[in-house]
Design a protein around this ligand. Structure first.
Ligand code: TRP
Length: 335
């Protein structure tokens, strides 16, 4: 049976952290056996709000591909490629842009949120406002049926599916396919920062990176946000909103032991240092082999670039076929 196509990707705006690992990378490694997998480094999308900062994107691209390879995304099973190396995606974007209104673009809730966060207002870069349409090009170019993403990306898939429908009815051809979002399991979607804030980010310095040293990881875990009212060991402690337990839920596979710890903590008598040490052990043993593999790849950057180059060539040939069909449907393959 022919495997279905899967596409997902990341904007290269920094190194990947354990939130990415728990929320998406681990799952991608599982899915690469089931699907014909395409993993895209969305550098062009990252440039939509970093046009004056291209070196940040360029440097992050290397970090992201090292992170991919070190967690076990296997280039023999997953086609890893770089968005900007596939110019056909831009032409697809242009054709799709004619099928969407400005008001629809402004209504995309994820874009709206980001615009607020970035305080763009009317000074939003046009490229940023239209990035969901470029994402539609990404999704359709590879005849994708499954898109593993976080919840914030659901509006992108909806918008892509709208365009697919409009395109197919407008040109009376069924050449573009609809796709479905594949969401992370409950509780794994968004790991909070070590300070308990909703989002891990570089500027808040509250993220544990896959490439962090053992010492850095330990320090970050030891300074984690727990229950501010758990002052004395014997006080009853809270599990909800306690970052150490949120992380244990995501990382600890010994559910019996975890349940015991939770009960003990809630009753009182279990100190924060103990649970932090336990979490530290688990995370260290999970990240150690990843860090070692990362080092190996880093010593072999020729191979890493070769993966990206071959992956991009392969992706480009598929996007070229889709673009041909799209031009054919519109009727502009004149000669
Ligand atoms: N918008 C996605 C993010 O910010 C990245 C992305 C770009 C993507 N193109 C994609 C994800 C296509 C899935 C499919 O995470």
């Amino acid at each position: 049976m022919q495997k279905e196509n899967l596409l997902t990707g990341d904007r290269p705006t920094g190194k990947l952290h354990i939130g990415h690992y728990i929320g998406s990378l681990k799952k991608r490694v599982e899915l690469q056996d089931q699907f014909n997998s395409f993993i895209m480094i969305a550098d062009q999308q990252a440039l939509t709000d970093n046009a004056r900062n291209p070196e940040k994107i360029r440097n992050s691209l290397t970090e992201v591909v090292l992170d991919y390879l070190s967690v076990g995304i296997d280039p023999l099973k997953s086609n890893i490629f770089v968005q900007s190396q596939i110019p056909e995606l831009n032409e697809l974007t242009m054709h799709y842009l004619n099928l969407v209104t400005l008001s629809r673009l402004k209504r995309n809730p994820t874009v709206k949120n980001e615009m607020k966060e970035k305080k763009f207002g009317e000074r939003v870069p046009a490229g940023f406002l239209i990035y969901p349409i470029s994402q539609t090009a990404d999704i359709t170019a590879f005849k994708t049926s499954v898109v593993p993403v976080g919840e914030d990306q659901i509006p992108m898939i909806e918008q892509a599916n709208e365009i697919v429908k409009t395109f197919n009815t407008t040109y009376n051809q069924n050449i573009l396919y609809k796709s479905k979002a594949l969401l992370p399991r409950k509780g794994l979607g968004r790991l909070p920062g070590t300070d308990g804030k909703a989002k891990m980010s570089k500027s808040l310095d509250n993220a544990i990176y896959l490439s962090d040293s053992p010492d850095t990881i330990r320090k970050k875990i030891m300074s984690m946000y727990t229950d501010p009212n758990h002052v004395h060991i014997n006080d009853p402690g809270q599990i909800e909103g306690n970052t150490v337990f949120t992380y244990l839920d995501a990382f600890c596979s010994d559910t019996d032991q975890l349940l015991k710890l939770k009960n003990h903590y809630q009753k009182g008598g279990l100190g924060d240092v103990k649970i932090k040490n336990y979490l530290n052990e688990i995370i260290q043993s999970e990240l150690e082999p990843i860090r070692n593999k990362r080092q190996d790849y880093q010593n072999n950057m020729d191979y890493v670039y070769d993966v990206l180059k071959k992956g991009s060539e392969n992706a480009r040939s598929i996007a070229t076929d889709t673009l041909f069909d799209v031009r054919q449907a519109i009727g502009i393959n004149y000669f």
